[in-house]
Write a protein that binds this ligand. Sequence first.
Ligand SMILES: [Zn+2]
Length: 268
Amino acid sequence: MYKSLVLILISALLNSSGFLFGKLAAPARTNNAVTELTQPQISPQYLSESIVFHGSSASAKLALTFDADMTPGMAAQMANPNITWYNAKLVDVLHQTQTPATLFLTGMWIETHPDIAKTLSNDPLFELGNHSYSHPSFSRPCFGLKPISENEKPAQITKTQVLLKSLTGKDNLYFRFPGGCYTKNDLALVKSFGLLPIQWNSEGPDSFNTDTNKIIANLKRYTHNGTIIVLHLDGEKNSPKTAEVVSAYIPWARSQGYEFVKLSDLLK
Ligand SMILES: [Zn+2]
């Protein structure tokens, strides 16, 4: 009963604002001309997909994406001043090599890193995406992430949309599921908010992995035109080798003729 009421309310809200339930709508228009100009122009081909795994194979472009996870447990560990959950060294490598990237931030990461999040949002090298609010699992099993109820899912999306808009001044277009775990209903839910779910087709994986050479070898193996690569921005014990990996992988991929671009450039 409650669930259907919520759905009716969401549906009514979306329809009243020009959105169609279950379909991805164009980014919301505002009166601010600058905001309109900076909205990504995504190809209708991608907007019609239920979830995007990679870009076109027609050109030698790669999209590096970095997820900034944050759970209540991780936030509590920040009482220890040595734990920051921010891999500054990785961002230095991206700057030194002038490598564009898309950063998927959880809402809690934005709240625990307000100044860094603001700096990243102003950095022309990067664009931002939504990685949920507190990194729960949308479908089980999902790497031991905390499960949530159906009723809790919309807020996981909308709270971070609000935080991202306060950082960038525009409506974010991308959503990545924590752990990449989702059901068919979750895809429809994300799209009902005008967001495009983004998965990946290459990963280190860099989570809890200290084997730098193995991660680099995996990334090389899955490097093709249009590849979307997922790695992590948290650093420390959760993704300890990402900076070293990227500092070796970026020059190698460029030597093979690949160009790194933001998601918006891969999907336009
Ligand atoms: Zn994540």
